[in-house]
Structures are given as structure tokens and as C-alpha cells.
Design a protein around this ligand. Structure first.
Ligand SMILES: Nc1ncnc2c1ncn2[C@@H]1O[C@H](COP(=O)(O)OP(=O)(O)O)[C@@H](O)[C@H]1O
Ligand SMILES: [Mg+2]
Length: 349
């Protein structure tokens, strides 16, 4: 196992810069997730760690070695892709053994490592099958098996669950997390799905447009997003982000006063964005009056879309209510769960 140090790494394709001096420190054994919208540079960064893209600036170190100019095979990493990339004419067993055979590994060692990976991943019943005879989830497990047998210092995953249906995705994410708890191999995992990031990561790196917006533990990002982008990106349903002006005792959003803590240091007259998560709005007689437009029950919780003046917001209730469109609710944001951002810079205040 090894730590990975990404320092001021830049990437340009021709004249187009897609990564701007990105730095991430990954501790030995840590599970780090790179998350961000499509096109923000996640795969490019991962492929640079793997040695599949050249580095335009900065350094990447795995363990104690700077690997910038080391070919992929010498980096002691194993990568799992979204499209599995299995050999169609090889069986499950042969697919898993192939990389070791290429390296002329002792056949007894190959057999032992394949057996161990098959045990870990519950692939024993399928060893003689071909990829086309497997489900998507089983194929993804074979792709992981192929990475495990190499016993690498670092696992690299690029959206490995994106081709699976929703239910299988949830199951496989638990399996990958369990696998990591068991093997404790340093892992860099790329996804555009913030729920995957939240549920799997020790540490999340939120990226946008080739830059890092925030790095932190999942609940740190959730509880204290550093800026508007992270506030809107992390959490589902998304945080309500309401533009307003600070007045005495609250933030005026389109003529409606949303409360802020009495000790708030933000000066009156300042333009801000008031953030409150849907689950932090409570029914209270002193609340903000808002009219229900749509009610969406999921069974375990109910999402309620509301309008107040020119504004809109979403509330989430875990308990059951008999809400109907057109009803008026009075909702009070929990004062200890409010986020204020500068309207210009988007930075947390
Ligand atoms: N080989 C390439 N040549 C030119 N531009 C590329 C190449 N690969 C990726 N890009 C561009 O780099 C940016 C980041 O891409 P990528 O790392 O694949 O993003 P992500 O994985 O976050 O969706 C995108 O704008 C993409 O179009
Ligand atoms: Mg990608």
C-alpha cells in the first residue's frame, strides 16, 4: 500500500487547459472520491495517476516515487473502468489471471490469487463462464477481481457503477466499500454521483472546471459547504439557495424575512444567498408562510414544493402529513442549520 501525492498538477490538451494546478494528498489506505459534473477533469486526473495521460505540470508521487515519467505497468496500480474492458474470448478465470500470466508469475501463485479474489467477490460459480454469459454486476465484479489479483499499491476506479441499474448500483457500492474495509488498499474513485461520493469516501474532493472547490470528509462538506457550488452539489434533495439582502433579524428574500441567528456577524444591507436544506425546515407558527404547489411522497419521506411571493423552496418531511396543493404552511428554518454565502463571490460567510 502507499500514499499518493498530487501536487499542483496541470493538464492541457493542446492550448486547452483542463486541469489548473490541482493538489490532493491521499493517505495510505484512504478511500478518496473525486466528484464533480461531467467534463470537470476527474477522468483526466485519474488517468494521469495511472500513467495513461502525460502530465503538463506539477508532480504525482505514489509511495515515495515521483511517477510522472513512469509507464503504467511500473506504477503498481490497478484500474477498473466503467465499461469493464474484459476480454470476451477469455473465461472469468482467464480474465482474472491474464495480467499475472503476462508478468510470468508462478502458476501456483496465479491460481492462489485468482482463488482468493473469486472467494472475496463470490465469483466461484462463474469461473468457467465467458463475460457474455454474465450479468452487468457480475462483469463488474470480474473487473474488480482482475484488479485485486494484481495486489496493487493503489486501486483506481473510474465510474465503475455507471452502467448498472439503480438497485445494483446501491448493492455494488456497499460491496466496494466492504472490499476496501477488508483490503485497506489506497483507493481513488471517480464519480459524478454525489450520493456515491458521500456514502463511500473517507475524503471527498469536489471538482469543477478543472479546479478543486473543496476537500473534506463527507459530513464536513454537507454541514459546512465552503461555497455555493458545493452547497448545491452535495445533498439530495439540494439545499434551497435563496437570494436576498441582510436586514435586522434576517434575510429579506423577495419581501419575505428568513430568520438568521441573533449573533450573526453579517452586516445589514449585504447581498447574500440564504441556504437551508429541505429537511431543516420545520412547521412552526412563527414560520415563513408558503403555499404548497406540488407534493411528492416517496414512502419513507415526502417532498413538498412551495411558493412564497416570488420565491420557491422545497421542504422534506419524514413524518406523514395530509398535505394538498394550495394549502399554506408556515415553515421555520432551523437556526443552527442555516448557511449564508456572499452573493458575488459565492463564498461561505
Ligand atoms: N484526449 C483529449 N483531447 C482533448 N480534450 C480532452 C481529451 N480528454 C478529455 N478532454 C477534455 O478535458 C475535459 C475533462 O474531461 P474528463 O477528464 O473526461 O472529465 P470528467 O471525467 O470529469 O467527465 C473535458 O472538457 C474534455 O472534453
Ligand atoms: Mg470521466
Amino acid at each position: 500500500m502507499a500514499q499518493v501525492a498530487i501536487s499542483k498538477v496541470a493538464k492541457a490538451f493542446g492550448t486547452v487547459k483542463v486541469l489548473h494546478e490541482v493538489s490532493v494528498d491521499i493517505a495510505d489506505g484512504q478511500f478518496v472520491v473525486l466528484v464533480g459534473p461531467s467534463g470537470c477533469g476527474k477522468s483526466t486526473l485519474l488517468r494521469m495517476v495511472a500513467g495513461l495521460e502525460t502530465v503538463s505540470g506539477g508532480t504525482i508521487a505514489i509511495g515515495d516515487r515521483v511517477v510522472n515519467h513512469l509507464p503504467p505497468a511500473k506504477r503498481d496500480i490497478a484500474m477498473v473502468f466503467q465499461n469493464y474492458a474484459l476480454y470476451p474470448h477469455k473465461t472469468v478465470e482467464q480474465n482474472m489471471a491474464f495480467a499475472l500470466k503476462l508478468r510470468k508469475t508462478d502458476p501456483a501463485v496465479v491460481a492462489e490469487r485468482v482463488k482468493r479474489a473469486a472467494d472475496i467477490l463470490d465469483l466461484n460459480p462463474y469461473l468457467k463462464r465467458y463475460p457474455r454469459q454474465l450479468s452487468g454486476g457480475q462483469r463488474q465484479r470480474v473487473a474488480m477481481g482482475r484488479a485485486i489479483v494484481r495486489n496493487p499499491q493503489v486501486f483506481l476506479f473510474d465510474e465503475p457503477l455507471s452502467n448498472l441499474d439503480a438497485k445494483l448500483r446501491v448493492q455494488m457500492r456497499t460491496e466496494i466499500k466492504e472490499l476496501h474495509q477488508r483490503l485497506k488498499t489506497t483507493t481513488i474513485y471517480v464519480t459524478h454521483d454525489q450520493i456515491e461520493a458521500m456514502t463511500m469516501a473517507d475524503k471527498i474532493v469536489v471538482m469543477r472546471d478543472g479546479r478543486i472547490e473543496q476537500v473534506g470528509a463527507p459530513l464536513e462538506l454537507f454541514d459546512r459547504p465552503a461555497n455555493l457550488f458545493v452547497a448545491g452539489f452535495i445533498g439530495s434533495p439540494s439545499m434551497n439557495l435563496l437570494k436576498g439582502i441582510v436586514r435586522k433579524g434576517g434575510v429579506d428574500v423577495a419581501g419575505t424575512l428568513f430568520p438568521i441567528p441573533a449573533n450573526s456577524a453579517v452586516e445589514e444591507g449585504r447581498s447574500v444567498v440564504y441556504g437551508v436544506r429541505p429537511e431543516h425546515l420545520e412547521i412552526h407558527p412563527d414560520g415563513v408562510a408558503a403555499k404548497i404547489s406540488v407534493v411528492e411522497p416517496t414512502g419513507s419521506e415526502t417532498l413538498v414544493f412551495l411558493r412564497f411571493g416570488d420565491g420557491e423552496m422545497v421542504a422534506l418531511f419524514r413524518e406523514r402529513h395530509d398535505f394538498k396543493p394550495g394549502d399554506t404552511l408556515t415553515l421555520k428554518p432551523r437556526l443552527d442549520q442555516i448557511h449564508l454565502f456572499d452573493a458575488e463571490t459565492g463564498q461561505r460567510l
